[in-house]
Design a protein around this ligand. Structure first.
Ligand SMILES: COc1ccc(NC(=O)[C@H](C)Nc2nc3c(cnn3-c3ccccc3C)c(=O)[nH]2)cc1
Ligand SMILES: [Zn+2]
Length: 322
């Protein structure tokens, strides 16, 4: 299925947060990613040759690993949520296309070559990445470095036809966005956003930078805001990856993160906390910036769905107790 064969109906569905990634093969997902660049007019605006975009997406596909959660399908989900938010909030009328290109490309690249072991493991196990990046967001620094390894090769450099100034601005933006996905910086970034909300100014680059970081963060952790039959399998994948890590940590005598320990964590308990203290606050702050109706409706709808998830998991938890 080439991007030409994607029906109008699928193009519209691709812009909604209810999109079900599980129904699509990887080859079709590659085409859907291409459609996102096309429908946001990046091809014409940034003079991106279609074969270079296809080579870029193929290289990205190759550099994601076959691990339970942080794989190519996760990359697609995060990119699709970002794409949906861009259309829903009508960001095209509020910020330059180059910032949208940064956001979408950052989402595509944000977990490149993830090994399934988080920063805590990298640091405790003193891995090569922790050594190379001095324990400073080792994974996120690596994801970003791999992205630019791909972009350094002319045949997959979707920015090769842009003037140096634009390339530098894009590189700076992608680095900021990908490094912002390190969840240990969650509170720092959320507080920065809260602080500027009352005086938010779309013409202020610092304000736009924080918004772009919030957008990729929301897109990255928003599985639970999707319909239950889309979100449920993702939670199983996430716990599988977390349990792999905690098994390894136990084997290697390394500290084990409590919410990753298969002997301690249950799906309902880990999720209700995550939803209440991490996911909700993020959505609420984003809704505060975009009072426009459809965003509020979307976020109220997401909040309703997230509350349903919470109730569903609370029920599971009660059943567990019995
Ligand atoms: C502040 O840093 C944090 C905060 C929370 C968590 N994770 C959790 O609380 C638990 C394990 N649940 C969870 N974690 C999730 C989800 C989606 N992404 N995601 C995730 C995955 C890898 C690394 C960090 C996070 C938040 C999700 O639906 N649930 C991980 C890191
Ligand atoms: Zn991610």
């Amino acid at each position: 299925m080439s991007s030409l064969e994607v029906s109008e109906e699928v193009r519209q569905y691709l812009k909604t947060p209810t999109f079900d990634n599980w129904q699509w093969e990887d080859a079709e997902i590659m085409v859907l990613l291409q459609v996102m660049y096309t429908d946001l007019d990046f091809i014409s605006t940034f003079n991106i040759e279609l074969d270079v975009l296809q080579q870029f997406l193929y290289e990205v596909y190759r550099r994601y690993n076959n691990i339970p959660f942080h794989n190519f399908k996760h990359c697609f989900c995060v990119t699709q949520m970002m794409y949906g938010l861009i259309w829903l909030i009508d960001l095209r009328s509020k910020i330059d296309s180059i910032d949208l290109l940064i956001m979408l490309t950052s989402a595509v690249c944000h977990d490149l070559d993830h090994t399934g072991y988080n920063n805590a493991y990298q640091i405790n196990a003193r891995t090569e990445l922790a050594l190379r990046y001095n324990d400073i967001s080792p994974l996120e620094n690596h994801h970003c470095a791999v992205a630019f390894e791909i972009l350094e090769k002319s045949e997959s450099n979707i920015f090769r036809n842009l003037p140096t100034e634009q390339y530098k601005r894009i590189r700076e933006g992608i680095i900021k966005c990908i490094l912002a996905t390190d969840m240990t910086r969650h509170t720092e970034i959320l507080n920065k956003f809260k602080a500027i909300l009352p005086v938010f100014d779309f013409s202020n680059k610092d304000h736009r930078d924080v918004l772009m970081m919030i957008m990729i963060k929301v897109s990255d952790i928003s599985n639970e805001a999707r319909p239950m039959d889309v979100a449920e399998p993702w939670l199983d994948c996430l716990l599988q990856e977390f349990f792999n890590q905690s098994d390894m940590e136990k084997l290697e005598g390394l500290p084990v993160t409590p919410f990753m320990d298969r002997d301690k964590v249950t799906k309902p308990s880990s999720q209700t906390g995550f939803i209440r203290f991490v996911l909700f606050p993020l959505f609420i702050e984003l809704a505060n910036l975009f009072p426009c109706l459809e965003v509020r409706t979307f976020l109220e709808d997401l909040t309703k769905r997230v509350r349903e998830t919470e109730t569903h998991r609370e029920r599971e938890r009660k059943r567990e107790r019995v």
